[in-house]
Design a protein around this ligand. Structure first.
Ligand code: C2O
Ligand code: CU
Ligand code: CU
Length: 518
């Protein structure tokens, strides 16, 4: 398929005047599938936040030397609190959208790309037609307005494109080109904990990329290498943090909160501290844990978020603490196994993600509370709870499948239909040679347990860093595992997606719709 750099694609941006005219009028602009008006969601006139988010090609500096062509999100706040939008460093990433639970939000989404796109609110409990699903694309030059209530727990979520055309998904390509940003939800319960805030709260969006000599991004180069990349997922040879090479930040002797989002196409990180101190985890994709947990390192799969707390109050000024990640290698099961491994960064390679350089003595910063979320509610299950099994599989030469089925647009099988209000157990069965970060749209679920049934095929090195407590929308299923989650389908009926968030896997079939029936 494609493509070296984005230059060629970005160069063909032609916005027809007719489309632009249509785009100016939200109420009448219809998407290409005739799926009705391009206004979705609540319609009440009083919104606490009103903003515009535009996807467009741009040229930015990433490495030293020539700038790189990217696709990116730019946002404007029309009304609402001043801190609703803040830039995420000076890279290409979308701005940090900061919302408060209880707000009514309206966003006008504008597509200035040369192809269809959508904007998906990853992890948010929003109605199906606000969810940015591929069945509701925004055509080139068109716009769509979505409006929703912010009902989720405080936490770090994110937004990214979710288009899928007749030749497969475009999530991997568009996200790789630069379309992704963090979305934070705050609430009073979290604020009352007094966790590190302001300069003591860092948001880190991790992505791996490869560049050609002229600093153009390279994705799939064609030929055999591309075929293997599509099976394994894209792995770049360098890691970017907030769209820039890893950096050093000056810090004081006090506690810090690191909120990390893995926005990579398929790279799994093993995040650890350079001085081997344990990693203190305070939250996951669905917000704060009931209580902090410690790990030697944390395993962070694509689309997952992790909330870390680190205390530098006893670190001497002049010293530095580095957040590092280990590269990993999958099973060497003959020729196939080799292709699953991380060849871009050799096995055991340790690379920096962030350096915290302690430059000043400072007082302050509350100790970490022993209890973080007293009212953390997880779906409850018993012996009568319905169990649904999902076999994760490979379709030779055609990609991946769930229960033998590949993505077929909005077609839903009987065993993919659930009932509004029900709680179910979903069991993901991984008989493949690779881990799959499985994601369910529209809700947060709890992990009931993992059972090791078959061989982990060389991936066991990731296990000690898994954090299963708390709430999640994306969970890593290792090879040979049966992993059970509990989920409750509330408030909204209609179509949602579930899929592997290895973006090359979802783009190559490992995605399906499920239906919530009222
Ligand atoms: Cu990050 Cu289907 O989504
Ligand atoms: Cu999602
Ligand atoms: Cu997968």
């Amino acid at each position: 398929i494609l493509v070296r750099g984005l230059g060629s694609l970005a160069g063909v941006t032609v916005v027809s005047p007719t489309l632009l005219l249509t785009a100016c009028n939200d109420k009448t602009a219809a998407d290409e599938n005739g799926n009705g008006s391009a206004y979705h969601g609540i319609t009440d006139g009083r919104f606490s936040v009103d903003m515009r988010l535009r996807a467009h090609p741009d040229t930015v500096s990433i490495l030293s030397g020539s700038p790189s062509e990217v696709w990116r999100y730019t946002a404007n706040r029309l009304s609402g609190p001043e801190d609703t939008l803040t830039p995420l460093g000076d890279g290409y990433c979308g701005p940090v959208i900061r919302l408060r639970r209880g707000q009514r939000v309206r966003m006008r989404l504008e597509n200035r790309l040369p192809e269809d796109t959508t904007v998906h609110w990853h992890g948010l409990h929003v109605p199906p037609d606000v969810d940015g699903q591929p069945r509701l694309p925004i055509g080139p030059g068109a716009a769509m307005t979505v409006a929703f209530n912010v009902v989720d727990r405080a936490g770090l979520y994110w937004y990214h494109p979710h288009p899928h055309g007749p030749d497969g998904g475009r999530v991997g390509f568009q996200s790789y080109a630069g379309l992704a940003g963090p979305l934070i939800i705050e609430d009073d319960t979290e604020r009352a904990l007094g966790l590190p805030a302001g300069d003591q709260e860092m948001i880190l969006l991790l992505q791996d990329r490869s560049f050609a000599g002229d600093n153009e991004l390279t994705y799939l180069d064609g030929g055999m290498g591309s075929m293997m990349t599509r099976m394994r997922g894209f792995l770049g040879d360098q890691v970017l943090v907030n769209g820039r090479p890893p950096e050093t930040r000056d810090v004081g002797t006090r506690p810090y909160r690191l909120r990390i989002l893995n926005g990579s196409n398929s790279r799994i990180y093993k995040l650890a501290w350079s001085d081997d101190r344990p990693v203190t985890v305070i939250g996951t994709g669905g917000g704060l844990l009931a209580a902090p947990e410690q790990r030697p390192f944390v395993t962070l799969a694509p689309a997952q978020r992790i909330d870390l707390w680190v205390d530098l109050s006893t670190t001497e000024p002049g010293k530095a603490l580095r957040l590092v990640s280990d590269s990993y290698r999958g099973g060497m099961m003959g020729g196939m196994g080799g292709m699953m491994s991380d060849m871009a960064l050799p096995a055991g390679a340790r690379f920096d993600v962030l350096t915290l350089s302690v430059t000043r003595r400072e007082r302050g910063g509350a100790p970490l509370p022993k209890r973080l979320a007293d009212a953390l509610q997880l779906p409850t299950v018993d012996q009568d709870t319905r169990v649904r099994r999902f076999e994760l599989g490979v379709v030779m030469m055609r990609g991946f499948a769930i229960n033998g089925r590949q993505f077929r647009g909005a077609t839903v099988a009987d065993d993919e239909t659930v009932t509004l209000g029900d709680t179910e157990i979903w069991e993901f069965v991984n008989n493949t040679m690779m881990p799959h970060p499985m994601h369910v749209h529209g809700l947060q679920f709890a992990v009931i347990g993992r059972k090791q049934v078959g061989s982990r095929r060389g991936w066991s090195g990731l296990a000690a860093g898994l954090v299963d407590a708390g709430l999640h929308d994306t969970i890593l299923v290792l090879p040979g595992e049966h992993l059970r989650i509990a989920l409750t389908f509330t408030d909204f009926d209609g179509l949602y997606l579930y899929h592997c968030h290895n973006m090359e896997h979802e783009d190559n079939g490992m995605m399906r719709y499920y239906r919530v029936r009222a």
